[in-house]
Structure formats: structure tokens, C-alpha cells
Design a protein around this ligand. Structure first.
Ligand SMILES: C[S@@+](CC[C@H](N)C(=O)[O-])C[C@H]1O[C@@H](n2cnc3c(N)ncnc32)[C@H](O)[C@@H]1O
Length: 182
């Protein structure tokens, strides 16, 4: 994901990057190591313990300027990237959509993940990117869920992962897909 970001949203463009469900913050800190401006990186997670841990790790790895905050992405709006805009150049998700989709369905049978694609899209700049890695959804399922009239997202590219073969079939354990808001 770091290589993808470095290619399509290079550090020289000083992008604002948000990670949804940033956990211990390792992905954002890897972006700092790759030359991204730490002060423009933010992670949100609904677990206060995860946020505390990420802040602690960041303070030992030149990542003090990365902002980590507690936010339930399904019900709250993350803090904006700057005073002048509330939109991001790149939003990252590594395993969070998967985790959300495992939650209980509501009385109407709707998955808690059903509103997620539109929430992501609403926070992206025009031409901004959403890069997601999933181990629960295939690339085709991600495309079906994220490319809708409501989101305005289009397929941009994918990251190839090593394939495994089993029972005469082969496939990847992970899918990483990039979407662009057009
Ligand atoms: C599988 S972990 C991935 C963590 C991190 N992205 C990584 O790759 O190490 C999923 C993360 O999403 C967070 N999460 C789950 N539901 C969330 C929600 N509704 N809002 C914000 N964070 C959420 C969890 O607390 C957890 O840290």
C-alpha cells in the first residue's frame, strides 16, 4: 500500500491521507518512513486503546506529528485535514471494512458496512483515491460494493498479491483495490 501511495499520491504532492481503523498506526508510520509529510497524515479508530498505542509507537518513531484520534467511522465524522478543507487526497483501509462487515445486521437485515462506501466517498476530494486491502472480500465484491451511483467511485488499479492454489483453483488471500472519486 505504501508503494502504491508513493506512486499515485506521491509525498512531493504533500497529500492529506486518512486511515480508517488505524489500529497501532503501523501503516501511517510506514508512510512517514517513505517520506510522506507526517503532519498531513491522520488515523482514526474507535478503540481508545488502539489510539493510545498508536500515539505511543508514533512518539518513538518520528511520527509525533501524525494525528491519531478516537472516532467511530460509522457514526462520527473524522477531524478535517485542515482549516480550509474537510476532504482527503487518499483514504486507506487495511482490514477495517472487513471488521465492520462482521458486525451484526440490523432489524432490516442491513450490514453495518452498508453505509461505509458513501461515508468514504463523501470525505474524498474530487479525483481523490480510496485504497482498500481486504481478506474477507474478493476484488469483484469490493468493486460491486464501492462502485455505485451513490459513491461516484470508479475502479483505478489493483495491487497484485502472490496467489495460492488449492483443489485445482488458484487465487489471492488478499485483495487490494484502488478506487478514484470522479
Ligand atoms: C483488522 S484491524 C486493522 C488495523 C490496522 N488498519 C492494521 O492494518 O494494522 C481493524 C481496525 O478497525 C478498527 N475499527 C473497527 N470498526 C471501526 C469503526 N466503526 N470506526 C473506527 N475504527 C473501527 C478496529 O478497532 C481495528 O483497530
Amino acid at each position: 500500500m505504501v508503494d502504491w501511495a508513493s506512486k499515485y499520491v506521491p509525498p512531493t504532492s504533500h497529500p492529506h491521507v486518512l486511515e480508517v481503523g488505524s489500529g497501532n498506526g503501523t501503516l501511517l508510520l510506514a508512510l512517514v518512513d517513505a517520506g510522506f509529510d507526517a503532519s498531513k497524515l491522520a488515523g482514526v479508530d474507535y478503540s481508545p486503546d488502539a489510539v493510545k498505542l498508536a500515539q505511543m509507537i508514533a512518539s518513538t518513531r518520528n511520527g509525533e506529528l501524525v494525528s491519531f484520534s478516537v472516532c467511530d467511522f460509522l457514526t462520527e465524522v473524522p477531524p478535517p485535514p485542515s482549516k480550509t478543507t474537510d476532504a482527503w487526497d487518499l483514504i486507506l483501509d487495511k482490514g477495517t471494512y472487513d471488521a465492520i462487515a462482521l458486525g451484526e445486521k440490523d432489524a432490516d437485515g442491513r450490514s453495518p458496512a452498508s453505509g461505509y462506501p458513501v461515508r468514504v466517498s463523501n470525505l474524498l476530494k474530487e479525483n481523490g483515491f480510496f485504497l482498500i486491502t481486504s481478506c474477507n472480500f474478493t476484488e469483484e465484491e469490493l468493486k460491486k460494493n464501492f462502485i455505485t451511483l451513490e459513491t461516484g467511485l470508479k475502479y483505478h488499479s489493483r495491487i497484485n498479491h502472490p496467489t495460492i492454489s488449492f483443489g485445482g483453483k488458484s487465487g489471492s488471500v488478499y485483495a487490494t483495490v484502488a478506487f478514484q472519486k470522479i
